[in-house]
Design a protein around this ligand. Structure first.
Ligand SMILES: C[S@@+](CC[C@H](N)C(=O)[O-])C[C@H]1O[C@@H](n2cnc3c(N)ncnc32)[C@H](O)[C@@H]1O
Length: 386
C-alpha cells in the first residue's frame, strides 16, 4: 500500500454508485493526460477489508507515480457527489495482540507521512467503532504525539495543512491523509434545513438509480421537504425541469429559499400540494422520474395511515410517469406494505430494492418502473447492481 491509493467514504449500500461515478469522473478528467487502457486498470474495491461505506481506489504503479496523473485523479475524486471524504490511504494493520493502543501507535510510527515544508502543521482525527479500552480522543492525542515526534510538524487543530486519519474498526486500523476538509456533501448554502432532511449523497445515489442517462425533461419530488433532491437533480441535469411539492407551507417556503440561494430558481419550482393528489393535479405520462423521500414509519404512527398514503401516492406515480420512467423512493426496509400496494397498482413494477445506512437508520431504496399493460412484464424483477 502506498502513494496514490485512496479510500473514499459513502453511505453503506451506495458503494456501487461510487464506483460508477468514479469511473465516469476519471474518464472525463484524467483521460487527457493518460490513455484509456491505464484508466481501466485502476482497481476499485467496494467494502475493502469488509468496511461497509468505503471504496478503495488503487491505480497501478505506473499511473500513481506520474505527478500529473496523480493530481488529475485527485481532482476527479474531489468533484465526486457520491462521496463524503477522500483519504490518501497509507497503511492497514489488523491489530492482533492485547495492547491495542501500543500496536496502533506502532502502525502510525511505521507510516511515512509526507510533509511539504517544515512549516506544515497537522491534526490527527480518528473514527472508531467497536469496543476498545480507550476513546477516539485518546487515539488522536497519542497518535498526534507520535506524528509530531516523527515529522517535526506542530499541531494546529484549526489551520492545519496535513490531516492525519487514524481510524479503528474493531481490530482493523487504517492510517491515511484526509484530502477533504469539509465533507464533499456540504455543497449547498442551506437557509432552511429540518432535522429529517436527506443527506445530499443519498439524494445523489437515488437520482442515479432513476437511470436518467438520456436527458430527462421533468423530474418530480412530491415530498420535497427542504429540497435536497431538487437541488441535486438540478445540478445533475442542467436541461431538466425540476418540480417539488410539500403539503407543509413552511417546507415549501424553506425549499424555495434554498433554491433561490443556489441560484436555481429559474429551473426549479416548488408547489404547496399534497402528494396524494398527483392524479388530479398532473397530466398523465408527463414526468420522466419521481425521486422522493416520503415520511416513513416513526412519526406517521399507525400502519393503516402508512399504507393508505402509499396507495394514493403510488397510484399518482403510475399516472404521472411516462412508460419506462422510474420512481425511486426511500421507505421502511420491511417491504410488505409496498408489495401489497403494488399488487393493486398494476402499472408499476418493482425493479430493485436495497437497504442503505444513513444517520444510524437502515431504510430501503425502492426502484419502480412504469410499465405498459403487457401482463408478461408484471412480475417483480430484481435488478442487479446498476
Ligand atoms: C422525510 S421528509 C423529506 C425530507 C427532504 N427529502 C429533505 O431533504 O428535506 C418528508 C416530507 O414529506 C412531507 N409530507 C408528508 N405528507 C405529505 C403529503 N401527503 N404530501 C406532501 N408532502 C407530505 C413532510 O412535510 C416532509 O417535508
Amino acid at each position: 500500500m502506498g502513494d496514490g491509493v485512496y479510500l473514499l467514504t459513502t453511505n453503506p449500500g451506495l458503494e456501487d454508485i461510487v464506483e460508477i461515478e468514479l469511473r465516469e469522473q476519471l474518464r472525463s478528467r484524467v483521460v487527457s493526460v493518460y490513455d484509456d487502457h491505464d484508466l481501466d486498470s485502476i482497481a476499485v474495491e467496494r467494502k475493502p477489508w469488509g468496511m461497509a461505506g468505503t471504496v478503495l481506489v488503487s491505480p497501478p504503479g505506473n499511473v500513481a507515480s506520474s505527478g500529473a496523473v496523480r493530481s488529475g485523479i485527485e481532482d476527479a475524486l474531489l468533484r465526486m457527489r457520491s462521496v463524503y471524504h477522500i483519504v490518501r490511504h497509507l497503511r492497514t494493520v489488523e491489530l492482533a495482540g492485547n495492547d491495542l493502543m501500543a500496536e496502533l501507535l506502532a502502525a502510525v510510527e511505521e507510516t511515512a507521512i509526507e510533509t511539504l515544508s517544515p512549516d506544515d502543521t497537522f491534526r490527527v482525527s480518528s473514527k472508531r467503532s467497536g469496543t476498545h479500552p480507550f476513546r477516539s480522543v485518546d487515539i488522536e492525542r497519542e497518535a498526534g504525539a507520535v506524528v509530531q515526534r516523527r515529522t517535526g510538524m506542530s499541531v494546529d487543530l484549526e489551520h492545519y495543512s496535513v490531516h492525519v486519519r487514524v481510524d479503528l474498526r474493531d481490530r482493523l486500523c487504517t492510517v491515511g491523509l484526509q484530502l477533504t476538509r469539509d465533507g464533499l456533501d456540504r455543497r449547498w448554502q442551506w437557509q432552511y434545513r429540518p432535522r429529517v432532511a436527506l443527506r445530499t449523497v443519498v439524494a445523489y445515489g437515488m437520482l442515479r438509480l432513476a437511470r436518467l442517462e438520456n436527458m430527462p425533461g421533468c423530474i418530480l419530488d412530491p415530498f420535497c421537504g427542504s429540497g435536497t433532491i431538487l437541488l441535486e437533480a438540478a445540478a445533475m441535469f442542467p436541461q431538466a425541469r425540476i418540480v417539488g411539492a410539500d403539503k407543509v407551507l413552511e417546507c415549501v417556503e424553506g425549499a424555495r429559499e434554498n433554491i433561490l440561494a443556489a441560484g436555481l430558481d429559474s429551473r426549479v419550482s416548488v408547489e404547496h400540494a399534497d402528494a396524494r393528489d398527483l392524479v388530479e393535479e398532473w397530466p398523465a405520462g408527463s414526468v420522466d422520474a419521481v425521486v422522493t423521500n416520503p415520511p416513513f414509519g416513526v412519526r406517521l404512527g399507525q400502519k393503516t395511515d402508512f399504507e393508505h398514503l402509499y396507495d394514493r401516492f403510488l397510484r399518482g406515480v403510475e399516472h404521472v410517469l411516462r412508460p419506462g420512467g422510474r420512481a425511486v423512493f426511500l421507505g421502511g426496509k420491511r417491504r410488505h406494505y409496498v408489495s401489497r400496494v403494488l399488487a393493486r397498482v398494476r402499472g408499476l413494477r418493482m425493479k430493485h430494492v436495497r437497504v442503505i445506512e444513513t444517520g444510524g437508520v437502515y431504510p430501503a431504496v425502492y426502484v419502480l418502473e412504469r410499465i405498459t399493460d403487457d401482463p408478461a412484464s408484471r412480475s417483480e424483477v430484481s435488478e442487479a447492481d446498476p
